[in-house]
Design a protein around this ligand. Structure first.
Ligand code: ZN
Length: 456
């Protein structure tokens, strides 16, 4: 008899688990169907890129993007839409930059350069000096003051094109842009030229933020296109005495008031457990910020839209956040985490989409415990959509939540083309594919639905 009851019990447990996963797989199917058949995110992205355009922190366009995304979320019938005030850096690029190689015979060759974000300008006259090429910060340090003083330093280490995960290649070359200017200034350099961080060889300079160190003289710095970098390097080998000239009029103004934009569906059973999904609303001033990161913003709003439109009443609270100022300060992300702590909010997961709106390859989970749970329970549900659960995940804007023990996750996409466009004038709406964008929203909505239903 005992065995009989045990078998019955096992049968009931198994069949309810089966029924549950059937419901979950049909829910996921509905989410994907709706995302692909009513591609709202794509429409919103077009507005963000083509009607508003570049949205650098502190600019009028950044404010328009705040107003626009708030307005969209106001129409979705959410439980709460609100702004979080945040003071942001207010850097202005100024005039179009000039870059020029001047050989020993005084012949001039124009090359395309752009000021690095947060840099000081050269002043209206520009600067002209001998230029010395290095491949790394270490090589620069070894040269020492005698070889660097009074010169412009040219950092020319390419991104490692053999890396399949292009973000690793970006990470591997990024120290030149971030720390190069201050390290060069310590040795008496008067300016810095950095090879653009991209895997392609083209004529678009890629901007990006530098970080000046405290108590080190601030010197001007520009990024040169990869074609320009190759040319400069070649000419330097033939004519080491050549000079380089550049002119930038960028400047940092006092901080400006801006906002994170937040929309929320309250949980029906555990409203105090919050799942946050987000992207960053600001973009570089050169770029329309399509892949970086308009796509992450509209996908995050789309997660709420899909859940609402399907009549799903999530058990836990789901929030979409448009973070402000990821590009040149991360103030929005820092402020969000600060307020979460201050208000005693319990975040059980944070997911960011900031790798471009390309084909989803995985849902990345940067927390061991959460990865084990998600992998074991739900990986199968994503197989039909060719999305795997990966144990690498996170994002800049959500990273300040790590101190509060929040598992960080990301939409991991095919990143092969991302750095072709990243931080340039060609990061435009036409580079985003409707289906790829919508698949990303659906993948995140699927995972968030499951977490909201069962917790972590
Ligand atoms: Zn970004």
């Amino acid at each position: 008899m005992k065995h009989f009851y045990a078998i019955i019990l096992i049968c009931i447990t198994l069949s309810s688990a089966l029924a549950q996963s059937e419901t979950d797989s049909s829910r996921l199917k509905k989410i994907y169907d709706l995302a692909l058949s009513q591609p709202k995110g794509y429409e919103w992205l077009e507005h963000l890129c083509n009607k508003i355009g570049p949205r650098l922190s502190g600019s009028p366009q950044a404010q328009q993007a705040v107003d626009y995304t708030k307005k969209i979320m106001d129409t979705l019938g959410l439980d709460r839409v609100f702004l979080q005030e945040v003071m942001v850096p207010n850097w202005k690029r100024g005039d179009k930059e000039i870059g020029r190689i001047i050989d020993s015979k005084k012949q001039k060759t124009e090359v395309r350069v752009v000021a690095l974000g947060n840099a000081v300008g050269t002043g209206k006259k520009g600067i002209e000096a001998s230029i010395i090429e290095v491949k790394s910060l270490k090589e620069l340090a070894e040269l020492g003051k005698s070889k660097v003083e009074g010169k412009i330093v040219f950092f020319n280490r390419p991104m490692d094109v053999t890396k399949i995960r292009t973000f690793e290649a970006y990470g591997g070359a990024g120290d030149q842009r971030r720390s190069g200017p201050s390290e060069a200034a310590k040795l008496g350099a008067i300016g810095v030229v950095v090879r653009s961080l991209t895997t392609s060889i083209d004529n678009y300079p890629h901007t990006g933020a530098l970080a000046y160190q405290l108590n080190v003289p601030q010197i001007p710095a520009v990024a040169i296109s990869t074609q320009g970098a190759e040319l400069l390097s070649k000419m330097l080998k033939q004519d080491p005495q050549l000079k380089f000239y550049f002119r930038t009029t960028c400047e940092m103004l006092p901080d400006a008031l801006s906002y994170n934009v937040v929309g929320e569906i309250k949980g029906s059973e555990k409203p105090d457990e919050i799942i946050v999904v987000g992207g960053h609303l600001d973009s570089w001033d050169l770029a329309k910020g399509a892949h970086d990161d308009g796509t992450g913003c509209v996908q995050s709003i789309d997660v709420l839209r899909l859940i609402k439109a399907l009549g799903i009443k999530p058990k836990r609270t789901i929030r979409a956040v448009m973070f402000m100022n990821e590009e040149n300060g991360l103030r929005g992300g820092v402020k969000y985490a600060e307020l979460a702590q201050k208000n005693n909010e319990k975040h059980i997961a944070a997911i960011e989409s900031d790798g471009g709106g390309f084909t989803p390859r995985g849902l990345g989970v940067g927390d061991e415990r959460a990865f084990e749970i998600i992998q074991t329970r739900w990986a199968k549900l994503f197989v039909p959509y060719m999305v795997e659960i990966q144990n690498q995940g996170g994002g800049a804007d959500i990273s300040p939540l790590r101190n509060q023990g929040v598992p960080l996750m990301s939409l991991n996409v095919d990143s092969q083309r991302y750095f072709d466009y990243h931080h340039t004038e060609i990061d435009t709406f036409d580079k985003v594919n409707l289906r790829e964008l919508q698949l990303g929203a659906a993948a995140m909505a699927g995972l968030i639905y499951l977490i909201s239903e069962y917790g972590l």
